[in-house]
Design a protein around this ligand. Structure first.
Ligand SMILES: [Zn+2]
Length: 481
């Protein structure tokens, strides 16, 4: 494959990333990606995809083939994608005599102490979500047809093969995780639901959102101390945030700015944005740290690497770096040294339970998505059954299509959670429980970040002295939650 093609692919990627950044950071009113796809349509022709698939016999070629094929599929359904996203952006519901935007409902549910009101808000949210389900179904059917059109057995096989997800083995590990953590999960669930006065038999996902919002811990995680916590953490590892000119920290409040922190690597490693609207609270700290993990990864990538190694490859790798920082607040040494919390025990218990919840949710989502992408007709019942069985609370059937990311991103998250435990154990063994205060740990991480996503999680774990990527350590940690 030609170098020129890679350069064009990189230019497309930069334009698309910049557009997402401008829209999500509130610097632009509408997200408009169709003109970008149109300008670069020559990258995503069916002949190009077929040629790349047939030539993909080395790592660089495989990463390009994966990316072009998935962009080719997205390009075919982008009209529907945009319609759904714009409909959701514009939708409002009636709540106490006011028009409330659909996107505000989730934060309102998380902050609503009254169970009945939470459930009503959730009902309103689900009704709007359901209104777009016919379009979502049409979109998935098109993706399934196009995957077969390219010569794959089905969409599942396409994703598994091109992304190197190892779905058979991952599914087995997801089942083990669900079995081994079942007892501890249900014991903790009942106790935590009691703590917010929700009877287990009436509990639904909105109650869990409220529980994990962790309002009682807000005072421990003030807004003003958030950026200093990040700066101090990085300084401990010998990283001076103020000196990183390629990383822009966008803290400016704008009305249209997304409420969640996010990181966009526009040009790697020359131009990376970390966007946040600080509000404080434990969740906000975790999401800032998560995005900072991505940002440090991207600003440290070797500028001489080829585009497929800088940006493509397995996203489980960058997600693992993000999780490594994201879960720092579960380390009581970090809470004490960086945030000044002497007794973080109660907070850590909740945060660990939240992690267990997420792992069970994603494990059951993987089982569900395997079925969804092979039998769409039964999907709605299977969603409610599989997630309900794993999570022990009522699951809103209306979310069965909206709660799905394309191309098994759920599998990449699961692989990232597995990789994060390997990496964290390695850092703790070599640099101690307070590894985040070690410049040598910082040097080691920087040496990993330099490689972009050239290496796969399996190879990274081997480089750390493990015998590969597996869920053993993760399950052990979760079972002792
Ligand atoms: Zn992430």
């Amino acid at each position: 494959m030609s170098k020129e093609f890679e350069q064009k692919a990189e230019a497309f990627h930069q334009e698309l990333s910049r557009e997402y950044y401008l829209a999500e950071a509130g610097l632009k009113e509408q997200l408009s990606i169709t003109p970008i796809y149109e300008r670069y349509a020559h990258l995503f022709g069916e002949d190009v995809v077929r040629e790349l698939l047939s030539l993909a016999n080395d790592r660089r070629g495989r990463y390009m083939a994966e990316w072009v094929t998935l962009e080719y599929l997205e390009n075919l359904v982008k009209g529907v994608t945009e319609d759904i996203s714009n409909a959701m952006r514009q939708a409002t519901v009636e709540w106490e005599g006011e028009h409330v935007p659909y996107h505000n409902l989730r934060p309102m549910i998380s902050n609503e102490p009254d169970m009945t009101r939470r459930h009503l808000l959730d009902q309103l949210e689900r009704e709007v979500t359901a209104s777009q389900n016919p379009h979502r179904e049409q979109r998935f059917r098109s993706l399934h047809d196009e995957a077969r059109g390219l010569g794959f057995d089905n969409y599942l096989a396409l994703c598994d093969l091109l992304r190197g997800l190892n779905l058979v083995s991952l599914t087995e590990q997801a089942r083990i995780l669900l079995d081994e953590t079942r007892d501890v999960f249900f014991r903790r669930l009942e106790r935590f639901l009691n703590s917010i006065e929700v009877p287990t038999e009436r509990a639904g996902t909105p109650d869990v959102l409220y529980l994990f919002r962790g309002r009682t811990f807000d005072a421990l995680f003030p807004k003003e101390a958030m950026i200093p916590a990040l700066t101090t953490t990085l300084a401990g590892m010998g990283i001076d945030l103020a000196q990183q000119e390629n990383l822009e920290l966008d803290l400016e409040p704008r009305p249209l700015k997304s409420a969640r922190a996010f990181c966009v690597p526009i040009r790697i490693p020359e131009e990376v944005k970390l966007v946040i609207k600080p509000i404080g609270g434990p969740d906000d700290y975790a999401s800032l740290l998560h995005e900072a993990g991505h940002a440090e990864h991207f600003v440290n990538v070797d500028p001489d690497l080829a585009f497929p190694f800088k940006r493509l490859g397995d996203n489980s790798v960058t997600e693992a770096y993000a999780f490594l920082f994201h879960y720092l607040p579960l380390n009581h040494h970090w809470l004490r040294r960086i945030v000044g919390i002497e007794d973080g025990g109660a907070y850590i218990k909740l945060a660990r339970f939240q992690r267990l919840w997420l792992l069970r949710r994603y494990s059951s989502k993987l089982l569900y998505e395997l079925e969804l992408h092979t039998n769409l007709d039964e999907a709605e019942q299977r969603y409610v059954h599989l997630l309900g069985d794993a999570l022990g609370v009522a699951i809103g059937a209306e979310n069965y299509l909206a709660d799905v990311d394309d191309a098994f991103y759920c599998a990449q998250y699961l692989r990232a959670w597995m990789l994060e435990v390997h990496l964290r154990r390695f850092l703790e063994n070599r640099f101690g429980a307070e590894w985040f205060t070690s410049e040598r740990a910082g040097d080691y991480l920087t040496s990993l970040w330099r490689q972009g996503q050239k290496l796969r999680p399996e190879e990274l774990t081997i480089s750390m002295g493990y015998d590969g990527l597996h869920s053993k350590y993760l399950v052990e940690e979760l079972a002792s939650t």
